[in-house]
Design a binder for this molecule. Structure first.
Ligand SMILES: [Zn+2]
Length: 350
């Protein structure tokens, strides 16, 4: 490990844009395929060979395919285990992650409550044994239309009513952005906000600035997933700067899906940051894209020229953009500073 890698590895981190289903290791997929006798044939090989993903569409196909391996509620414990292992590898102590029930429910094998009982219980146990805290945001999904999204919201509200859990923070809008404008989900988001849920939305990932405008003005999203097409619209940049709306930027994900950028060195995250926007760095789909959060931070320096001080700004932005209470955020940031300060004074003594 070189000096930069050591510095990044040492920083206790948070992550706010991560899909838990895309954190599942190939060992877990293989275990599920063996459990259910799913053949390792040409089709499965093609859809589980994530190196073949070249667009958001092919990513979503793989996403749905691997979700079809989950057939009993207990299978979700593998997801919990892999998310925690990922967090440990990257020194992440707190994650706000998306869970997407649509495809699972549409297949009719596992109910919403069965899925989330296992996930919430699994993450609660994991927190006790590891200290790593994973909270969920339900991706109501735009791929299946507003009615399906409203159904997901209703199931979420009923689940929260029954369990009183603090393991679900709110809802998010993921899935195909093209042909599925944020504006179609105005009613869903309005009900969610009135119920006191946090709301976030993917926007500006594969559609232009209009999508981000709709996410902030119509959905009143508290954070924007990706938001990279904002760079095309100076008025939008001004607005995002004024409101300090956090952008959940996932650089490697954008390079793989290639809508707006195909080389990290050209990624607009540098310009967004330099424009004074509230930029955070995340991985989106770590196993699918074969990217670790530590590597994502390293790339920010090696490909985009971020200094160590700037990396710490990104780390702080990420923590402050979480839905943790202010007191918790301040306590965690103090701890980060202590860790960094200790390592800096140790280095200067060498
Ligand atoms: Zn995403």
């Amino acid at each position: 490990m070189d000096d930069l890698q050591q510095f990044i590895a040492l920083i206790p981190k948070t992550e706010i844009h991560l899909h838990i289903e895309m954190c599942v290791s190939s060992a877990s997929y293989n275990a599920l395929m063996d459990k259910y006798g799913i053949p390792h044939d040409e089709k499965t090989n093609a859809l589980t060979d994530f190196s073949k993903i070249v667009s958001l569409q092919s990513m979503i196909e793989s996403f749905f395919f691997v979700q079809s391996f989950f057939r009993e509620p207990e299978d979700f414990l593998l997801v919990v285990q892999d998310v925690i292992a990922y967090a440990k590898r990257n020194n992440i102590y707190y994650i706000e992650a998306f869970a997407s029930p649509s495809m699972i429910l549409n297949r009719g094998v596992i109910s919403y409550d069965e899925m989330f009982d296992v996930l919430i219980g699994g993450f609660r146990d994991a927190k006790k044994s590891t200290g790593i805290d994973v909270r969920l945001i339900v991706d109501v999904s735009r791929t299946f239309g507003p009615q399906n999204a409203m159904k997901n919201l209703e199931l979420t509200l009923a689940f929260l009513e029954r369990t009183k859990t603090d393991g679900i923070l709110g809802i998010g809008l993921g899935g195909q952005e093209i042909d599925h404008p944020c504006a179609d989900y105005e009613a869903v988001f309005s009900v969610a906000r009135e119920a006191g849920l946090h709301v976030v939305a993917h926007a500006g990932e594969e559609v232009g600035p209009q999508s981000v405008w709709e996410a902030i003005d119509i959905l009143k999203a508290e954070r924007i997933g990706h938001g990279i097409s904002s760079i095309q619209d100076p008025k939008l940049i001004e607005r995002l700067k004024k409101d300090q709306t956090p952008l959940e930027v996932c650089p490697t994900s954008n390079i793989i899906t290639k809508t707006y950028v195909s080389d990290l060195a050209d990624h607009p995250v540098r310009a967004l940051f330099d424009s004074g926007l509230n930029v955070t760095v995340n991985t989106d789909d770590p196993i699918l894209f074969s990217i670790e959060l530590n590597k994502e931070y390293e790339n920010m320096t090696t490909k985009l020229g971020f200094t160590r001080e700037e990396l710490l700004v990104l780390v702080k932005n990420n923590l402050m953009a979480t839905f943790l209470p202010k007191r918790e955020k301040d306590k965690n940031w103090k701890r980060v500073q202590e860790v960094i300060g200790t390592s800096a004074s140790r280095a200067s003594r060498k």
